[in-house]
Design a protein around this ligand. Structure first.
Ligand code: ZN
Length: 265
């Protein structure tokens, strides 16, 4: 059992029941990462604990690496809002939300500091190990609410987290790109948008740009213009392949649990 990072308590009143409770245990199988998007950490903590704000998160990680718990994991914190991933909506019920202090695009977006990333990594590792959260269910706020949100944004170091076993970051796959990523025309566009939806994004006909930008911010952060160019199509194919593998592993684990249940009973 991992000991996890040192956590300070700063209770927020902004939470309620997760609702979806099986045998006394709420289903918690997603992790959502945010930035605070406020001028300072003090302002963000005050806001997330203000009953009038009606928003919160389970944890807040400051730029110096200090970690605050605002809401117990068993309770539903109000961080995601209207949201969708892999066909499921209302994701506060099944997720743990972490707010990472950063002024955000409105107040002077900047790189996340080393101590802060160390703390985010330790916190995520601890949660994932305890809750057995699958890599394809670890997302940014903009992934699940792409028309409204852009956090944690293109400066967030997802590759670093993936090296620590947190979330997906597939390596380049030249063969797959050769087959899938070249010359995006009509047919390839449909395939690429199907990849985008299969990865988890809500893709609505005629409104594909917001989820494409969210995907780019996360998986090819040097350019996030919402254009479905060859590089984006190639990356989509790589990420989809990784998601399929992660989904298959999740299904296999479920089957194993069922088999061992039947053996015992
Ligand atoms: Zn957010």
């Amino acid at each position: 059992m991992s000991s996890g990072p040192e956590i300070r308590e700063r209770p927020s009143p902004n939470h309620d029941s997760r609702g979806d409770v099986i045998a006394g245990t709420p289903r918690i199988d997603m992790l959502v990462l945010h930035y605070t998007g406020m001028r300072s950490a003090v302002a963000a903590l005050d806001w997330l604990c203000d009953p009038a704000a009606k928003v919160s998160a389970h944890y807040v990680v400051e730029e110096d690496g200090a970690v605050w718990r605002l809401v117990p994991e068993e309770r539903r914190a109000w961080h995601a809002g209207v949201s969708s991933w892999l066909g499921e909506s209302g994701l506060n019920a099944a997720s743990i939300g972490i707010e990472i202090v950063n002024p955000g695009h409105e107040w002077g977006y900047r790189a996340f500091s080393e101590p802060q990333m160390d703390a985010v990594e330790a916190l995520c590792r601890d949660i994932i190990a305890r809750r057995r959260i699958r890599p394809h269910r670890i997302v940014g706020h903009s992934d699940i609410a792409p028309t409204r949100k852009s956090d944690p944004g293109e400066l967030f170091d997802w590759p670093r987290l993936a090296r620590a076993g947190i979330g997906l970051w597939p390596p380049p796959d030249a063969d797959l790109r050769h087959r899938r990523g070249r010359g995006v025309g009509i047919v390839e566009r449909a395939a690429a948008l199907s990849d985008l939806a299969r990865i988890g994004y809500q893709v609505e006909p005629g409104n594909e740009v917001p989820p494409l930008i969210a995907f780019q911010r996360r998986f090819r952060a040097d350019r996030w213009d919402g254009r479905l160019d060859g590089e984006t199509a190639g990356r989509l194919a790589e990420v989809r392949q990784a998601v399929e593998a992660s989904l298959a592993a999740e299904e296999a684990a479920k089957r194993d649990r069922f088999r061992s249940y039947r053996r015992v009973n």
